[in-house]
Each structure stands twice: as C-alpha cells, then as structure tokens.
Design a binder for this molecule. Structure first.
Ligand SMILES: [Zn+2]
Length: 65
C-alpha cells in the first residue's frame, strides 16, 4: 500500500501507477477502472461526489494543495 496525496486528503492504494483523473469538486484522484464511462454523459462523474472529473496530464498535474 502507498499513499496518494491530493488537495483535501489522502488515499491509500495498492496500485503503483499514477492516477489519471481528478475530481473538480472533491479533488479525489481516480484511475480509469474506478470510473464509469457513460456514453450519454458529456463528462465522467466522480464516484464519490458525482461531480465532474478531469484528465490529469503533464500540463495539468494532480492538484495536491
Ligand atoms: Zn468528487
């Protein structure tokens, strides 16, 4: 297990790869297989709070504070 810090908290994960999505509301990081990709929705919902998640890229990395 390792810790992944994000703005507002941290999570313990057993995986080694970096998260690829982050919620715009609660800032929780997510991995692709955590998320439910619905073709009829224009965006992907955060499994925790239902808000929109964004893709983490090199230019817009995980927000940790
Ligand atoms: Zn959220």
């Amino acid at each position: 297990m390792r810790k992944v810090k994000y703005k507002g908290g941290l999570i313990m994960v057993s995986r080694e790869d970096e998260p690829t999505y982050q919620c715009l509301n609660c800032y929780k990081p997510w991995w692709k297989d955590d998320l439910d990709f619905q073709p009829f929705l224009a965006y992907v919902e955060c499994p925790s709070c239902g808000n929109r998640v964004r893709t983490i890229t090199e230019n817009s990395p995980l927000i940790t504070k």
